[in-house]
Design a protein around this ligand. Structure first.
Ligand code: V47
Length: 384
């Protein structure tokens, strides 16, 4: 769509001033964020986000060939939104030994997996050595694999068990194989929501302080926001603004992933959860507000495939990966398939009118239909 047409449509939707800022690559204010959330013209919000997405990435849409391993579901944080957690001894509770982690990885050796994504509950009995051992086991099973592991709350727990400051623990985790960190566990930073929904977990400030230390240690992380439960629009805008300020400081955030609340089997099962339109708006507002985060991920496992396809025209440029075995969303009612093959992911992206590019965890090109891209290995700008 031409910029004139986009501006015209935005003016009719009451988004004229915001559109002018977007076209001039100017930062949006918190008030602009609230306006975007309240605007009934969701398609115009999406068109603005698509403009930014195409300015940054053209028609490219990224995916990777990855594998998720949730090494334990035992957790003492009792988050009200979570269906995955179990108490020690409860039916279904498990902890994977380093050998089991290794065997999950060797089972996939025939597949061109480049990343293992490892996150889990907080089980205080696990010793510091356990975390080093699962990293080592993963790297030994497949030396070329990039290990993206441990959310900020897990890192806080690991440092507690190591009885050392995180700054001293991170080099040891890196030595054992840690390559980057996922973005989960941020939820909504606002204290009100923290108190009501997950008061035993890290606060918003602790999440941000931990991510700052991780970035300073040279690791990149992703970031998330769990939406569609008890949070207000203003609390979502506050969350996005605080992520944006962290990124101004460190440049360490690679990808933002809005996580849609799945209510089934949780203490918040009475809440309806977000609609498909809410999910598309969340991706679009994320793209528009987080002007300094290079990538926006539409996590297909959580969204369902048709919404992930639409999302590629609502600000998202990434759909995550092949995943293999997912528990957090399936325990909370997700009905998406557990595993998709590389070829299927590429076909969905093509069917959505985008050009699939296989990336590694750090957004270097693994495969692209464009030989130049594939040769240089430069997928997309990653700031910092
Ligand atoms: O930390 C838990 C959230 C996260 C529910 O970094 C729930 O590339 C919705 O962070 N409904 C795990 N959300 C998923 C995650 C993630 C996924 C894909 C890629 C990346 C990445 C990160 O999911 C948890 C929590 O914030 N969560 N329960 C639920 N019922």
């Amino acid at each position: 769509m031409s910029t004139e047409r986009l501006l015209e449509r935005a003016k009719v939707a009451g988004l004229g001033e915001i559109a002018e800022k977007v076209l001039a690559s100017e930062r949006l204010s918190r008030e602009d964020g609230v306006t975007l959330y309240r605007c009934p013209e969701i398609h115009v919000v999406g068109e603005l986000a698509n403009h930014v997405r195409e300015r940054l990435h053209g028609d490219l849409a990224y995916f990777n060939v990855n594998q998720h391993i949730n090494y334990t579901n035992i957790c003492n944080k009792l988050c009200r939104f979570c269906a995955f957690q179990r108490l020690p001894g409860q039916e279904g509770a498990y902890v994977m030994s380093p050998e089991v982690v290794a065997s999950k990885i060797t089972e996939q050796l025939e597949q061109p997996v480049t990343e293992v994504h490892m996150v889990a509950g907080i089980y205080p009995k696990l010793p510091y050595e356990y975390y080093l051992d699962i990293l080592r086991a993963a790297k030994k099973a497949r030396p070329s694999i990039h290990v993206k592991a441990f959310t900020m709350i897990e890192l806080m727990q690991i440092a507690r068990r190591a009885k050392k400051p995180l700054r001293e623990v991170l080099p040891e985790l890196i030595e054992a194989g840690l390559g980057s960190c996922p973005g989960g566990g941020a939820e909504i930073f606002a204290d009100r929501v923290h108190q009501e929904g997950y008061h035993l977990k890290n606060t918003g400030d602790q999440w941000l302080d931990t991510a700052r230390i991780v970035h300073e240690a040279g690791l990149r992380t992703n970031c998330t926001m769990l939406h569609g439960h008890i949070e207000t629009i203003e609390e979502r805008v506050d969350h996005l603004d605080r992520l944006r300020l962290l990124q101004d400081e460190t440049g360490g955030l690679q990808t933002y992933i809005p996580l849609s609340f799945h209510p089934e089997n949780t203490e918040w099962a009475h809440l309806p959860g977000p609609t498909a339109i809410d999910e598309l708006r969340e991706l679009a507002v994320g793209r528009l507000m987080l002007d300094n985060v290079p990538h926006i991920k539409a996590y297909w496992i959580m969204l369902e495939i048709p919404i992930a396809q639409l999302a590629l025209s609502y600000g998202a440029d990434d759909v995550d990966g092949t995943v293999v075995e997912e528990r957090i969303y399936h325990d909370a009612g997700a009905s998406t398939p557990q595993e998709v093959k590389r070829r299927e992911l590429m076909q969905w992206i093509q069917d959505a009118g985008r050009v699939p590019v296989e990336r590694d965890t750090l957004y270097r090109v693994v495969w692209s239909p464009d030989e130049n891209l594939a040769r240089t290995g430069e997928a997309a700008p990653v700031s910092g």
